[in-house]
Design a protein around this ligand. Structure first.
Ligand SMILES: NC(=O)c1ccc[n+]([C@@H]2O[C@H](COP(=O)([O-])OP(=O)(O)OC[C@H]3O[C@@H](n4cnc5c(N)ncnc54)[C@H](OP(=O)(O)O)[C@@H]3O)[C@@H](O)[C@H]2O)c1
Length: 263
């Protein structure tokens, strides 16, 4: 892909912290221009400044709330106005909610669906046609190990990630012969702001063994470049997904409910 063409970019949503920022650093290190998206403008400016000190790449920042209806159209308008092309799309932004379905605020759950599902689908559909036309491109969608099972006390989040996994697998099959790489990143728990933002209060045991975002990003970057469809970082997470596939779903649901209860 044309990383040395000043117009071609890697677009990353949720790029100011956690996995998204670590991926941004890896791409900048390799000489890719970036379009970074998040809501907090000051944080975006700070990240742009930091990356510009270290790497000689063009960095575009866009402060947008992906939960809002026309945010994806605004991204496309910006790309067209600046005459940029997106070689790599990373749909990373995602939020969680925690608690019983009957108790979590309705607005918060709807926002989750707008960010985790709607914006991811819309951005993919808006950017994919130009990748198909160019005969090259790459799309990395960030799901979770939650994508493989039902998640009592995080029902909407787990279901949203199952959507991301299924959507991404279907996309992979549709475009695999058209020069476009498609991967789905499925991390287990990662030490980022995500857990606190989502108000997650799990058993102590479930809070242990968090991976570092920089390790998750490095594995994702490597396997995405190799064209691997489903990327599960870390041996323990791979084992967990494997064991979950072997056990009856009724047992898997009970274990997850137990883990998602406080001590
Ligand atoms: N951390 C984990 O344990 C874990 C595990 C499995 C999967 N994941 C998935 O990995 C992805 C990244 O998670 P992370 O842990 O790195 O998250 P994080 O540290 O909470 O960072 C989230 C990023 O998304 C941005 N963001 C949040 N809401 C947004 C919105 N409405 N519009 C635009 N940008 C928004 C945030 O910036 P602003 O606040 O400025 O908008 C920030 O840059 C998510 O899809 C998450 O579901 C995380």
């Amino acid at each position: 892909m044309g990383k040395h063409d000043s117009r071609s970019c890697v677009l990353i949503t949720g790029a100011t912290t956690g996995i998204g920022y670590e991926l941004a650093k890896l791409y900048a290190e390799e000489g890719y221009n970036l379009i970074l998206i998040a809501r907090n403008k000051a944080k975006l400016e700070e990240r742009k400044y930091e990356l510009n000190l270290l790497y000689n790449v063009n960095i575009h920042i866009l402060a947008l709330d992906l939960a809002l209806d026309n945010s994806c159209e605004e991204i496309i308008n910006y790309i067209n106005r600046k005459n940029l092309t997106v070689d790599v799309l990373i749909n990373n932004a995602g939020v969680g909610t925690f608690g019983y379905i009957a108790e979590i605020d309705l607005e918060e759950e709807m926002k989750l669906i707008d960010i985790n599902i709607k914006a991811l689908t819309k951005l993919t559909k808006l950017i994919l046609p130009s990748m198909i036309e160019n005969g090259e491109g790459a799309i990395l969608n960030v799901a979770s190990t939650a994508a493989f099972c039902a998640g009592p006390k995080m029902a909407v989040y787990y279901a949203s990630k199952a959507y991301v996994l299924n959507f991404t697998e279907a996309l992979y099959e549709e475009v695999r012969d058209r020069g476009i790489k498609v991967s789905c990143l499925c991390p287990g728990a990662v030490k980022t702001e995500f857990q606190d933002r989502a108000g997650i209060k799990k058993k102590e045991i479930a809070k242990k063994n968090l991976m570092l975002p920089k390790d998750v990003a490095r594995i994702a970057y490597r396997d995405f470049n190799k064209g691997k469809l489903i990327i599960i970082p870390g041996f323990k997470n791979k084992l967990m997904v494997f064991l979950n596939k072997l056990m009856p779903r009724s047992l898997s649901r009970k274990i997850i409910l137990f883990m998602n209860k406080e001590n």
